[in-house]
Ligand binder design. Sequence first.
Ligand SMILES: [Zn+2]
Ligand SMILES: [Zn+2]
Length: 325
Amino acid sequence: MLAARWHAARDVRLEEVPEPVPGPGEVLVEVACAGICGTDVSEYRDGPHMIRSGPVTLGHEWSGRVTALGMQVSGVEPGQRVCGDACIRCGTCEWCRRGEYNICRSGASVGLHRDGAFARYLTVPAYTLVPLPDAVSNAAGALVEPLAVGLHAVRQGRVTPGDSVAVVGFGMVGCAALLAARAAGAARIAVVEPRPERLRLATELGGEPAGRNRFDVVIECSGLAEAMPAALEMVRRGGRLVLAGIAHTPATVDLGRIVYYEREVIGALGYRYDLERVVALLAAGRLDVSPLLCPPISLAEILGGGFERSLNDPAAPLRVLVNPA
Ligand SMILES: [Zn+2]
Ligand SMILES: [Zn+2]
């Protein structure tokens, strides 16, 4: 089968590889739809960042259908429509036992540390599967994973009905945070985003310009170290700053601005048991992702129409979707 495999920065190849065989505890999935994440694009641009060794088939946001079961798999049936939690965990460390598997001591990710979804088939541990009801399309199913990142950030920020929320940086995580904050009952959601195309989409989804206000919860999704001081100043006295973006350089923040105002600063990494909630919200019509959906490209188009376009075209959709079949 054809697979999009990362070998090095600027070296993602479409290659013929053998169809994978599910090992013990694993299932074989035929991929219906897969999304190109900013992480994939940054691994292509100047990686490796999270990848430890190549070559590896990219793709950790996907929906599909179970086609075969390995040994010791129960509770899953062939034919079942599913999406996948990308988080590979040990299941035995202190954090896994607390249910905080996203901060597992030996955590890893599908599509970065083992072969992912930019191919017709992938194998994943059965514990990562989340069933998709008929009401959730394959395209929406491929968005469940990034939406879960936004929902986790909103949950870490303890957003409650009536809160004012600000989202800094309107990439996919910022967009997911906006949608999740709306679903959580936020009264106002302001968005800070310099790119006009992105700000337009934010407005379409119910966001508004931030102005000079302060907010109950600020969710930082840009991952830019230089955005941190301003993001902190947007938090009201006693409010919360959630860091959902990952800065690659140290940020300079006056800690007095946290202490004197009794602000909280909270990290949010990935998600834990949030995909199930996202699927439930999608099925209930409480997360409208229709403005994010666009016709999927084929695997053969993934370099030009996917990676290069996401890097260079400001009008590229937030998520380029791929149909690898
Ligand atoms: Zn991702
Ligand atoms: Zn663990």
